[in-house]
Write a protein that binds this ligand. Structure first.
Ligand SMILES: *Cc1c(COP(=O)(O)O)cnc(C)c1O
Length: 384
């Protein structure tokens, strides 16, 4: 059986380094917000070519704290509307609600699965104050178009990068305190990652491209005022121990998880390249009329957290693959607006989102999937 995702195999090469880190942390006697967290925050900010990284408890908290930070800064207020893709993992939407804001759903494009920028403007009202772009399955959303709309309507841009660690942005950001972006190649030369523009939320859930051995998350931003507030909000709203400026929460990146992430981060680009290599093979070699392949422009803006195909008779294909020793997963079976948890939206209609949820199937993809396994998967798919 080829498993969908072999996490044990992914982490095995790091075992010795993990054990050394464990010894170090144990011996330090300092287990919360110590040197490993500080080091990781520096390393991940540098990796993203951004000014600030704030380690937090998980990806959901990273999103929520960005919104709560903007509320503290009075750039948002409770009840403001936030544009968000209808086609996303529900966490994106729940985070908006958790911060006391109102999600406004927008349909995706069928071939990239990401939000359709052309449909954003018609959803903007006087109460719209932000866009939450989601880089679904590892592919950056169309940030050029999204940033242009945001600038025109004076909206904040927040990115859910929980599936897109290391994706390279080839769009122009306004980077504060740096030279202007008159040179078209500026951003490309700089190769910033998601978050170097506005603010981005990352998750280090074990199955993500940069996965810890437990929960973890981070906020990436160039906005120093926002960074200062979320730095405090994650730790009970306190910057100086026992002095609390804000009604914050407890959402700190765990010291041991940070230590493990420091081991894995230097290998992320190579692991993502391996994922892209597999994706290139799937795209070139899967030839079956019953299978619709995802759209990708071949740039490094995609880190293939998932390789998601579509097919009309999904249950049949999934069963066939299972019988032939290939495990697949559905991301995701029920759209957010059809979930019981969001029952007030159950009667809304988002046809493209619904088609996607009815037809998607994720094939195995990971840095430890072998060439032989990829060859076998392609052969079995082509025989279907
Ligand atoms: C995983 C994920 C999250 C949430 O991250 P957690 O660490 O599980 O809280 C948010 N958004 C998207 C798109 C995700 O894939």
């Amino acid at each position: 059986m080829i498993p969908f995702l072999d996490l044990k195999k992914i982490n095995e090469p790091y075992e010795t380094a993990f054990q050394e880190k464990l010894k170090l942390v144990l011996a330090s006697g300092w287990y919360i917000l110590g040197n490993e967290v500080k080091e990781f925050e520096f390393n991940f900010a540098t990796f993203c070519k951004a000014k600030h990284c704030i380690g937090v408890g998980n990806g959901f908290d990273a999103l929520t704290l960005i919104f709560k930070g903007y509320i503290q800064l009075e750039k948002l207020q409770k009840g403001d509307e936030v544009i968000v893709p209808a086609n996303t993992y529900i966490a994106s939407i729940l985070a908006i609600l958790e911060a006391g804001l109102i999600p406004v759903l927008v349909e995706p494009k069928l071939d990239t699965y990401n939000i359709n920028p052309d449909l954003i403007v018609e959803k903007i009202t006087l109460k719209t104050k932000a866009i939450l772009a989601v880089h679904l399955y590892g592919q950056l959303a169309e940030m050029d178009a999204i940033n242009t709309i945001a600038a025109k309507h004076n909206l904040l841009v927040v990115e859910d990068a929980a599936q897109a660690h290391g994706a390279v942005a080839n769009y122009n950001f306004q980077i504060p305190n740096s030279k202007t972006q008159s040179d078209d190649n500026f951003a490309i030369l700089l190769a910033p990652r998601s978050g170097a523009g506005g603010a981005s939320a990352y998750s280090f859930y074990p199955g993500k491209n940069l996965g810890a051995l437990g929960d973890g998350g981070a906020i990436i931003t160039n906005d120093s005022a926002l960074a200062k507030i979320v730095f405090s909000l994650r730790n009970y709203g306190s910057e100086t121990k026992y002095y609390n400026e804000y009604a914050g929460v407890n959402s700190r990146l765990d010291e041991l998880q940070a230590a493990f992430l420091n081991v894995k981060l230097p290998h992320l680009d190579a692991e993502n390249e391996q994922r892209r290599r597999i994706a290139r093979r799937y795209l070139a070699e899967i030839k079956n009329d019953k299978i619709m392949l995802p759209k990708w422009d071949s740039s490094n803006n995609h880190v293939f957290h998932l390789f998601v195909i579509r097919t009309e008779k999904r249950a049949e294909l999934q069963k066939y693959l299972h019988e032939n020793g290939i495990q697949t997963v559905i991301h995701y079976p029920v759209p957010p607006h059809k979930q019981k948890a969001l029952s007030e939206w159950n009667d809304l209609s988002f046809p493209i989102t619904e088609i996607i949820h009815e037809t998607v199937l994720s094939l195995p993809i990971s840095p430890v999937l072998t060439d032989e396994e990829v060859t076998l998967i392609i052969a079995i798919l082509n025989k279907y």
